[in-house]
Write a protein that binds this ligand. Structure first.
Ligand code: SF4
Ligand code: SF4
Length: 342
């Protein structure tokens, strides 16, 4: 596995890291097995978050006795010093460690939120205190908005940024990534596969790894995916003309209005598993009908209870027309699989 330096942190992270969102959908033992395989194949950078429900606990169980083999990055959506302290303590407990290499302000979506977390007594103060106490080594920030991260870098407070980059989302290559490199800010790439929308993982990952970024953290939910991704971190990164053409074609089909399965639209007051519906076609392609249906049997019943409150749309970082997308996918689902629903 090749390694790159994570900006001024100096940490030598595997080029292909591990994104901790999808293991939430597995059984506990299945998730632990996946993370153990991640370590076995030489991936040493594991990203998770307090907001990813069971992810930290599962990673914690998987790395027991192997803590020195990995670097852990986790995050908090807390915006106050008190909230950060509470979240960090919980994360450390679940991860079974006394410190993490990287702690990140999660999903800072606007300049106003950035100001809020940076004001005296705000979240950032608690990050700095935790760093003095040795509970965290470095401070990072994550956002889906390059403009917010540009402002964050300019403050000089953040060692790393985390941002989506894939064949559809490339504008950050013009200003954000060059600025990160100029200032020694490490760049961690989320959504390299567009949340699983790019079906050829090898080509999509190679495209991202050909950019001047520190590491990519594709989410994985099977041992096979772990091994496939790890192989990309050891193989030549050459991307032929045909592969670029295929990426271009897929990007055209996806357009900008596709769901990245980030789940920032949650919680829905009616408990509707929104991304399970807005991304149903790609999930079924990836995991098969039986598996999708066994996990989401109640999704359609819950969908019927949608109050059209549009709380989800106000939280979506991509400003997607979620209600329209869900309606379109549910119609498709009924047409394709209606006869197989019990
Ligand atoms: S509009 Fe429907 S899906 Fe969205 S939050 Fe409200 S109830 Fe949930
Ligand atoms: S609808 Fe938006 S917020 Fe919800 S999972 Fe998809 S991209 Fe994320």
């Amino acid at each position: 596995m090749r390694h790159r330096t994570l900006g001024r942190t100096g940490l030598k992270v595997s080029e292909v890291g591990f994104g901790g969102i999808p293991i939430q959908t597995l059984s506990h033992s299945g998730a632990v097995a996946v993370v153990r395989r991640v370590l076995d194949v030489g991936v040493n950078f594991l990203d998770t978050a307090r907001a990813y429900t069971t992810s930290e606990e599962r990673i914690g169980d998987a790395i027991k006795g192997q803590r020195s083999k990995c670097m852990i990055a986790t995050k908090t959506v807390a915006r106050t010093a008190e909230g950060v302290e509470r979240d960090l303590q919980k994360s450390l407990t679940l991860l079974g460690t006394s410190n993490v290499e990287l702690y990140q302000l999660h999903n800072v979506m606007s300049d106003e939120t950035l100001k809020e977390v940076m004001k005296p007594g705000g979240a950032l103060d608690a990050f700095k205190k935790a760093r003095r106490e040795g509970k965290i080594q470095f401070i990072g920030i994550t956002s889906h908005r390059p403009s917010v991260l540009i402002q964050a870098i300019k403050t000089g407070e953040f060692d790393t940024i985390m941002v989506p980059l894939n064949y559809v989302e490339r504008t950050l290559l013009q200003e954000l990534i060059p600025l990160a490199n100029k200032t020694g800010t490490g760049s961690i790439i989320m959504k390299p596969l567009g949340g699983g929308a790019f079906t050829n993982a090898e080509e999509a990952l190679k495209f991202v790894l050909n950019q001047p970024v520190s590491t990519v953290i594709p989410g994985v939910c099977s041992i096979k995916e772990v091994e496939q991704n790890a192989a990309i971190g050891t193989a030549p990164l050459t991307l032929g003309k045909d592969a670029e053409k295929r990426l271009e074609e897929q990007a055209k089909i996806l357009g900008q209005t596709f769901c990245r399965a980030c789940d920032y639209c949650q919680p829905c007051p009616e408990g509707i598993p929104i991304s399970a519906l807005t991304r149903v076609d790609t999930f079924i392609k990836r995991m098969g009908w039986e598996s999708w249906y066994s996990r989401n049997k109640e999704a359609l019943k819950k969908y019927e209870n949608c109050q059209e409150c549009r709380q989800c749309e106000s939280k979506c970082p991509y400003q997607l027309p979620i209600l329209e997308l869900m309606a379109e996918k549910v119609t498709w689902l009924r047409k394709q699989y209606g006869s197989r629903m019990t």
